[in-house]
Structure formats: C-alpha cells, structure tokens
Design a binder for this molecule. Structure first.
Ligand code: SF4
Length: 201
C-alpha cells in the first residue's frame, strides 16, 4: 500500500511553508483546526517579526495573537508558541530538541506535531497521525483502533520503515483529495484493490 501511494504521489512536499525546524514547528502548531493555506498566509509576518526562538520567547502575547488571529484559537496558539520558544531557550539552550521524548515536553507539541518535525525535518522514522490518517487507516483495514498511538504502532507494522514519514503525508493528502470523511471517491481511487471499505459508501 505504501508503494501504491508513492506511485500515485511520488513527491510530497510538506504543505506548510518553512525555512528551518523552528518555523516548521511553529507552523504545525498553528495548523491545528486550520487549513495549511491559511497558516501560510500568517507565517511570513510571524517569522519576519520573530525569526528565532529567542525573539518569540520575548514577544508580547497580544502582538502574537494579532498576527495569528486568522488561524483560529489564537489565544491558546499564541500561548503555545511563546511557551514553546521559551522552553527551547530555557531548557534546550536555544536549540530545537531532536527526540520525541524531548519534543513532547514543549508547550503545544503533542506526538503528532513532534512526528511532523522528526519525519519531515530530521529525517527520522515517524508517522504523524492526524484525523485523515486515523480515518483512512480504519477504512483501509490497517487498524481497528481509534487511539492515535495504537494506530501509529499498527501502521509502523505494515509500512516500510524508510517510508513511514512520506507515506503518512501521502495518506493525509489522499484523505483530503480522494477519501474525505463524507463521500469518498472510490471510483478511480488508487487504493481500490487494497481497501476493505471500497464501494461501501
Ligand atoms: S477505495 Fe474508497 S474507501 Fe477505500 S481508500 Fe479509496 S476512496 Fe477511500
């Protein structure tokens, strides 16, 4: 299945604009409950004003809120962004942590967000399980769980380790474009032959 997805979508650039690991982490925090397109409209101003963790750690929360307001939930996201940057400064000497155990100690960073950074910046084997991956993994019969940690473990059993990160991202794109929650487009779906839910909608 990982191979079919790779044939369908050989190149999968991360849809969140970023130039370094700090920007990718901040953009991923902002992407909660928000489209990537909208995140990409606010991050140029955010990163121009606060280009480093030290800059963001020293930011005023209302200034950050004003910039990120269009992404929604801007009070909590601003708090997470400043908290994340402060933690990087105070606990990691200004350097982005590089392990799951350390990343999930940063405010606003859960396992999914940490996996985006590990898989798509640090080239570590990781799968970011978002709502699309959860839905698709069940539809495809790759898991019987709704628990993201269990689903991640089940996917790691069946996908080649060196394809974990990109396959996860391909599944997200497939979920968005071909197999949304409502009205999946089974006709013409590249995964038809591999899918236990084909034609069931
Ligand atoms: S065959 Fe249908 S249900 Fe299965 S992945 Fe494709 S669109 Fe989704």
């Amino acid at each position: 299945m990982a191979e079919i997805l790779a044939e369908e979508r050989p190149v999968v650039p991360v849809p969140l604009d970023h130039r370094n690991e700090f920007e990718l982490l901040a953009a991923t925090i902002l992407s909660a409950q928000c489209t990537d397109k909208m995140v990409n409209t606010v991050t140029p101003a955010l990163f121009a004003r606060y280009p480093t963790p030290a800059d963001l750690a020293a930011a005023g929360i209302t200034d950050v809120e004003e910039i990120i307001r269009p992404t929604g939930f801007f009070h909590s996201k601003a708090k997470s962004l400043i908290g994340m940057a402060t933690a990087i400064e105070e606990r990691f000497g200004g350097e982005m942590p590089t392990t799951m155990d350390d990343l999930v100690t940063l405010p606003g960073v859960g396992r999914k967000t940490a996996s985006v950074l590990l898989g798509h910046w640090f080239d570590e084997p990781a799968i970011a399980v978002d709502t699309h991956v959860l839905r698709l993994a069940r539809r495809l019969g790759l898991t019987d769980s709704d628990d993201p940690v269990r689903v991640e473990a089940d996917l790691k059993e069946v996908w080649p380790r060196d394809m974990w990160a990109d396959t996860g991202l391909r599944l997200i794109m497939h979920g968005r474009e071909v197999c949304p929650a409502r009205r999946p487009r089974c006709d013409g779906c590249a995964l038809w032959n591999a899918c236990v839910s084909r034609g069931a909608f």
